[in-house]
Design a protein around this ligand. Structure first.
Ligand code: ADP
Ligand code: MG
Length: 241
């Protein structure tokens, strides 16, 4: 599904350039739940942005679903993103003056779906996230965990094959982080490929495969065991404590 070969990426820095990715080789299959780890500045977001066709790379090849992703026009990239990809961000990236339902419905607006139809579908996705009663609330009336669930619903509404999440729990307390990871695990069990960036070990431990970046290269790939139900696990730990 995803195949990277010898990917290099530099950023121009005045007269110099910063070589961030130094030859990344990576395969990710349909249905995997993968985390990308590494210290701050190691290139995690850069890699995720390339995978999500939000940014270009300088050297190497990226095949997505068998298709070479290289030097695409913004229009071609947007088409592929709309067909295949969903995004979740640390800071939720919700539109502050639109309510939860309208935020979730937004990708369908860009696909030209009528307001009535897109709002109806948005309510179904909010319902899946346990947020039906919050449909008419604005983001600033919701908790961090609720906002992230709205963002996850929005990422799912166009039925993506892959969801990319950059530090999805980075702004959440640990109990809420476990809840969000559980939702992501459930989404993954429906066959959607999930690729998350995190610098938190306990979050990475909840994924099947941990890819460690250091100094612009993949230094380690750890295959994890079976995925647990982390919310109930966390509850059990609280009860024992
Ligand atoms: P991470 O997500 O692992 O913290 P990033 O991929 O965001 O790391 O950044 C990797 C390096 O590239 C950092 O040193 C960062 O400052 C630099 N960088 C990221 N984006 C840009 C940009 N658009 N222009 C210049 N430098 C950038
Ligand atoms: Mg980052």
């Amino acid at each position: 599904m995803i195949s990277l070969s010898n990917i290099h990426k530099s950023y121009a820095m005045g007269n110099n350039s910063l070589h961030v990715l130094k030859g990344i080789n990576l395969q990710i299959e349909q249905g995997e739940f993968v985390s990308i780890m590494g210290s701050s500045g190691s290139g995690k977001s850069t890699l995720l942005n390339i995978l999500g066709i939000l940014d270009n790379y300088d050297e190497g090849t990226y095949h997505l679903n068998g298709k070479l992703v290289k030097n695409m026009s913004e229009k071609q990239a947007a088409k592929l993103r709309n067909e295949l990809l969903g995004f979740v961000f640390q800071s939720f990236n919700l539109i502050s003056f639109k309510n939860a339902m309208e935020n979730v419905a937004l990708p369908l607006y860009y696909q030209g779906v009528s307001r009535k139809k897109r709002n109806k579908i948005a309510l179904e996705y909010l319902d899946k996230m346990g947020l039906l009663q919050w449909a008419n609330h604005l983001p600033n009336e919701m908790s961090g965990g609720q906002k992230q669930r709205v963002a996850i619903a929005r990422s799912m509404i166009s039925k993506p094959k892959i969801i990319f999440a950059d530090e999805p729990t980075g702004a959440l307390d640990s109990a809420t982080s476990f809840e969000v990871m559980d939702i992501l695990r459930e989404i993954n069990q429906d066959g959607i490929t999930l690729i998350i960036v995190t610098h938190e070990h306990d979050i990475a431990a909840m994924t099947q495969k941990i890819i460690r970046l250091s100094d612009g290269r993949i230094s380690e790939i750890i295959q994890n065991g079976e995925l647990k139900n982390w919310k109930s696990q966390y509850r059990r730990e609280l009860e024992i404590a």
